[in-house]
Design a protein around this ligand. Structure first.
Ligand SMILES: NC(=O)c1ccc[n+]([C@@H]2O[C@H](COP(=O)([O-])OP(=O)(O)OC[C@H]3O[C@@H](n4cnc5c(N)ncnc54)[C@H](O)[C@@H]3O)[C@@H](O)[C@H]2O)c1
Ligand SMILES: [Zn+2]
Ligand SMILES: [Zn+2]
Length: 451
């Protein structure tokens, strides 16, 4: 039995908590057509069918089931590094047929009578988390930790507290159908949608859902400040935008680390931001480690280390087998490199996804050298998205730096394969649907994988 199946059974045995104010475990309208589906129309959607298996399916369009629901015609979505954790089965409690996708924008197609401040046809972007808007955390705009949108008991037991519900991110985070689809239901739509102004095209506004807020949270929550030397593990979209935003915060130097099939991303980021310095960890000479290389590049090491990779990617055999055998869920290799490489009293922030427990953690270096290790959390999008929208409008952050592809939602399964393989120099994708506008000026032209 897979970990996911075992966790589903445990959840069933324990039962859900009773805190959620919105329907849980509605990950595909086909699960209960009469209750959740609008049979007048079917839609294309990307569904998880099993470990390393996702497929584009036809399924009923979602319908309004609660007063504050908004149904969106999706005009843009994408794939995130977090979707790979679902694809690989690293995140638990997925079920066959779950619709994925937590970053999307669209137009309001219909809404429940309780939705205030939106109109039919309004262009909006959704936050990847679903927040209630008025619990203890939501009052502080810490929307990713909302207390009322996720009643999953397994998460509560494993973590000692719950995160908010999230779109397309397994039953572990409430079980909500995602936006890699032509339509999506947004619960509490008046809270979880931000209006997009006419001067911000979907190809830029979409990324307020997640990447921009996540990279910004990584940088400001870890406390990057004027003059800092910042090392970033992972040159994917999150790492790339964290590099841009570290410079915005006054970083003196940014050193990015990546390698293997994604080594091209180091050159890609450097091309966009020539000040970036890079380390290909797969090409270091014998006897040189990432830690020793960083100490060589900067006396004492960087001031700040940012983790934009994830805990599922083992470097050595020991952690590979420990994870395979279920002795740990996440490798400590990258976190140890971060702790060991920063200056004494340096800061380390973890934004890449870690699921559970890790072995061989260097707590000694952390304690003796006064390292500040910060879990950045799932990024609280609502705290930042208005400010980030303004930054896009003023050209202070530019999502086009990472945007390499435009594809059709019908070919989303191919996108998963290519993105997973780090192929076709795919950094960040814009996924169009039949409801999308033509490509905005300066954004990539459509690419098709299937002829
Ligand atoms: N906290 C949040 O709110 C939040 C939100 C979005 C994404 N994330 C997470 O952030 C992480 C990065 O996201 P992304 O979209 O850029 O993902 P991605 O998968 O595209 O990029 C990860 C990069 O890390 C590199 N990598 C792998 N092993 C490495 C190692 N040992 N050293 C250095 N680099 C290594 C990979 O080659 C890849 O280029 C993912 O774990 C994602 O789930 C977190
Ligand atoms: Zn994401
Ligand atoms: Zn809340």
């Amino acid at each position: 039995m897979s970990m996911s199946q075992a966790a589903n059974l445990a959840e069933k045995a324990m039962g859900h908590k009773d805190n959620a104010i919105t329907e849980q475990n509605m990950t595909n309208p086909a699960r209960d057509r009469a209750k959740y589906g609008d049979e007048s129309e079917t839609m294309k959607a990307l569904a998880w069918m099993g470990k390393n298996d996702v497929q584009v399916i036809d399924t009923p369009k979602p319908k309004i089931i609660e007063d504050r629901d908004v149904i969106l015609k999706v005009t843009g979505s994408t794939i995130c590094g977090s979707d790979l954790h679902l694809l690989h089965g690293a995140v638990i409690q997925l079920q066959k047929g779950d619709i994925l996708g937590h970053e999307f924008c669209g137009r309001v197609e219909s809404m429940g009578p309780g939705v205030k401040g939106l109109e039919i046809g309004q262009r909006v972007v959704a936050s990847f988390q679903i927040a209630c808007g008025d619990c203890m955390y939501c009052k502080k705009k810490l929307s990713s930790q909302c207390e009322r949108t996720n009643s999953n008991s397994t998460e509560h037991m494993m973590y000692g507290g719950n995160t908010a519900g999230m779109f397309g991110y397994s039953h572990f985070t409430g079980g909500f159908a995602g936006g890699q689809a032509e339509y999506v239901r947004v619960p509490l739509g008046d809270v979880n949608l931000l209006k997009l102004p006419d001067d911000v095209p979907d190809e830029k506004g979409l990324y307020l859902s997640d990447v921009l807020a996540t990279s910004w949270n990584c940088v400001v929550d870890t406390g990057v400040k004027e003059g800092d030397v910042v090392a970033i593990w992972g040159a994917g979209p999150i790492g790339e935008m964290a590099a841009e935003m570290s410079f915005t915060q006054g970083a003196a130097r940014v050193i990015m680390i990546d390698g293997g099939p994604a080594a091209w991303r180091l050159d890609f980021c450097k091309e966009k931001m020539p000040k970036i310095e890079t380390i290909d960890y797969t090409k270091l000479p014998r006897g040189t480690s990432v830690v020793s290389k960083l100490k060589e590049m900067e006396h004492g090491g960087p001031d700040v280390a940012l983790e934009c990779v994830a805990g599922e990617y083992a470097k050595g055999w020991a952690h590979y087998f420990e994870m395979l055998l279920g002795v740990e869920t996440d490798t400590s290799e990258i976190v140890n490199e971060m702790i060991e490489s920063v200056k004494n009293y340096g800061r380390c922030g973890i934004t890449g996804v870690y699921v559970g427990y890790t072995n061989h953690f260097n707590i000694g270096s952390l304690m003796e050298r006064g390292i500040r290790l910060i879990g950045n959390g799932q990024a609280p999008v609502h705290l930042y998205w208005e400010q980030l929208l303004q930054m896009i409008r003023e050209g202070k952050t530019d999502p086009y730096k990472m945007l390499t592809h435009r594809v059709k939602v019908e070919e989303m399964d191919e996108v998963y394969k290519t993105y997973d393989a780090r192929g076709d120099h795919m950094q960040k994708v814009f996924v169009q649907t039949r409801f999308s506008d033509p490509p905005a000026e300066g954004s990539p032209a459509l690419k098709t994988f299937k002829s």
